[in-house]
Design a protein around this ligand. Structure first.
Ligand code: IPD
Length: 279
């Protein structure tokens, strides 16, 4: 990435923030209305017309302004589009992270817009229009919640940490068994608590704002954690693979933490590493 690329990326960043603001009211209005609920891979993997409309609005805006850019979006992939991360400027979008929350009017939902170029994660925008929280970060320039700079917690000790994780949407007994074994191992590490907000992006942003020390999950997708991952890093935190190595954006697993000490200690108490089909 040269300085010209960075300058262009800053323009895309401003565009992404405006785009998130534009679709915010679509999510907010629908949040309080009756919804038709559809399912995808199983009866607990939910989608609504709003997920689809928000993604369509974002995709069209990007294609109009930047026709040569690539796009990976949750609902486009659900509709059969291939997930192919190349060196091209690529927008990675989740129209509503926390769709189950959205259906139940649990106010942790966010539109997520991440941007990757030459495989480098450059910026992230996570906007929760219900709580009016706009999280933004650009590589090397720090992270913000609305106008406030974000800073992760200073805690170094896993034993004094609050951990976020989720059960996810799969109800496959073998999958759930591993999730519960991990939860049992983590809670009895011991840690102060395990919490779930019901949205990977909101969980990661909670770590970015210092409200929890770490988040881990298996089975999520690049659109769930791309944007928020940049935000937690720019708030001073780290993102790594659940086994302790470098994060692989398409491997569908992550630890996001306030620092490497907590991240590595957490990885050591995750007893069941899970390998899922790649994005
Ligand atoms: C889901 C949320 C949830 C996580 C699931 C994701 P979606 O994303 O991030 O917290 O546990 O694995 O699929 O479907 O609401 O965009």
């Amino acid at each position: 990435m040269d300085s010209e690329d960075f300058q262009l990326a800053e323009e895309y960043f401003a565009f992404a923030i405006e785009l998130a603001k534009k679709v915010g009211p679509m999510i907010r209005d629908a949040f309080y209305s009756e919804k038709e609920i559809l399912t995808k891979s199983c009866t607990t993997d939910l989608v609504t017309e709003t997920d689809q409309n928000v993604e369509k609005t974002i995709l069209e805006a990007i294609k109009n302004s930047y026709p040569k850019h690539d796009f990976i979006g949750e609902e486009s992939v659900a509709g059969g589009l291939k997930c192919n991360l190349t060196d091209a400027p690529t927008w990675i979008v989740d129209p509503i992270d926390g769709t189950t929350n959205f259906v139940h009017r649990f106010p942790y939902v966010a539109v997520c817009i991440g941007f990757v170029w030459k495989k480098e994660r450059l910026f992230g925008v996570v906007y929760n229009p219900i709580l009016n929280e706009m999280f933004t970060a650009f590589k090397g320039k720090g992270a913000n919640l609305n106008d406030k700079k974000l800073k992760v917690s200073k805690e170094q000790d896993l034993g004094k940490s609050m951990i976020m994780t989720e059960c996810g949407s799969s109800r496959d007994p073998k999958h759930l068994d591993k999730i519960f074994k991990n939860m049992q191992s983590v809670i009895s590490a011991p840690v102060h608590a395990i919490h779930s907000l019901g949205s990977a992006a909101c969980n990661i942003c909670m770590v970015a704002q210092g409200g929890a020390e770490a988040y881990y999950e298996f089975g999520i997708h690049c659109w769930d954690y791309c944007a928020a991952g940049i935000i937690v890093e720019e708030a001073g935190g780290v993102v790594i693979d659940t086994q302790g190595g470098e994060l692989d954006l398409m491997r569908r697993r992550i630890i996001a933490a306030n620092n490497m000490s907590v991240a590595k200690s957490l990885s050591n108490v995750i007893v069941e590493q899970m390998e899922l089909p790649r994005d």
